[in-house]
Ligand binder design. Structure first.
Ligand SMILES: Cc1ncc(COP(=O)(O)O)c(C=O)c1O
Length: 347
């Protein structure tokens, strides 16, 4: 990647190793269950998370949707964070396509939902109410600055779900960032979950792909849902080969992205008037405010002219990834210092 693109970790391109794996991938018709590369990635993901089975899907959104449609019937309800990706950014897909309603709860600063609030949200068995069927968590929690949530908390929610006859789904789009930040095995983060969504095309750099992981019975049902959504793919092994490289080789380096995020935050904290909290950075996301007098649009435009790509306006979110090396962080900070100095003169 030539640009220093800090908009998201979704902008990452496949690595040379991924391109080579794709060129050499063994493939077959997966609707007939004959693609060996899909079998390989599904088995690898299930094993990694300590579950029985997994299913390859084109996107994380489709993986979450498939999970919700598999767990819940029409008229049933899912409890989730009001800042979760599923609730905010997936078009209410489970509601639109599955007649499932959402019960959004406020999220704490540390990314958790209060256990009391979850209990209060569970509907009593009464014909006036919908039936609560599922609790969804996200890890890392993108709406709370990419904070990781711990195995202890997830286990507590899992225990609560079981007590009330509910299922637990985890949107683990960045689960491996959480594992790296907390220094735990990924399977420890999902021991209590009935299903987990893993995304391959964020910090792991695959061009596309996600996995849904769970019990053999759950995945057999999810396979039917994937098919009705039009997600029964044929020689998908050609892209899953890149996903396999992502899972096998790219997880171990995610801590580097947390380090570059910390570098960015500390560098920004040294620029007069910029507000940032380096101590709050837990994974690969950095949020910062520009000084009030500085025009956000001009800041973005001037950085773009220097090959640094940001999105939005103050407060900005920067996301680090494989292509944001320490050297590029230093370049970015220097570019930001120069741009801010110039814009302050104008203001
Ligand atoms: C937490 C989380 N879940 C799910 C998704 C959906 O991913 P995609 O847009 O690749 O389907 C995203 C996307 O950024 C995300 O941040």
């Amino acid at each position: 990647m030539d640009t220093i693109d800090l908009r998201s970790d979704t902008v990452t391109h496949p690595t040379p190793a991924m391109r080579a794996a794709m060129a050499n991938a063994l493939v077959g018709d997966d609707v007939y269950g004959e693609d060996p590369t899909l079998h390989a990635i599904q088995d690898y993901a299930a094993d990694l998370l300590g579950k029985e089975a997994a299913l390859y899907l084109p996107t994380a959104t489709m993986s979450n949707l498939t999970a919700l449609l598999t767990h819940c019937a029409r008229g049933e309800e899912v409890i989730l964070s009001q800042k979760s990706h599923i609730y905010q950014y997936e078009q209410g897909g489970a509601s639109a396509l599955g007649g499932i309603s959402y019960h959004p709860l406020p999220v704490n600063f540390d990314g958790t939902l209060s256990l009391e609030a979850i209990i209060a949200a569970i509907r009593p068995d009464d014909p006036h109410f919908t039936r609560t069927r599922l609790i969804c968590l996200e890890n890392t929690v993108h709406g709370c600055g990419g904070t990781p949530i711990t195995p202890d908390y997830t286990n507590a929610v899992g225990a609560l779900a079981r007590q009330h006859g509910l299922k637990l789904h985890i949107d683990g789009a960045r689960l491996f960032n959480a594992a790296a930040a907390l220094k735990v095995e990924p399977r420890q983060l999902v021991a209590a979950a009935d299903s987990i969504q893993l995304c391959l095309s964020k910090g792991l750099c695959a061009p596309l792909g996600a996995l849904l992981v769970g019990s053999r019975e759950f995945i057999a049902q999810a396979l039917r849902v994937r098919k009705v959504l039009g997600g029964g793919m044929r020689q998908a092994g050609v892209v899953a080969a890149a996903g396999l490289v992502a899972l096998q080789d790219m997880r171990a380096r995610l801590a580097d992205d947390h380090h570059t995020a910390q570098m960015l935050a500390e560098g920004l904290a040294d620029i007069e008037g910029v507000q940032v909290e380096p101590a709050h950075i837990r994974t690969n996301m950095v949020f910062f405010h520009l000084p009030k007098a500085v025009d956000s649009a001009a800041f973005v435009a001037e950085l773009k002219a220097r090959n640094v790509i940001l999105r939005g306006k103050s407060p900005f979110r920067l996301v680090t990834h494989y292509y944001i090396t320490p050297q590029r962080v230093l370049y970015t900070l220097q570019a930001m210092r120069e741009v801010l100095a110039a814009l302050r003169v104008v203001a």
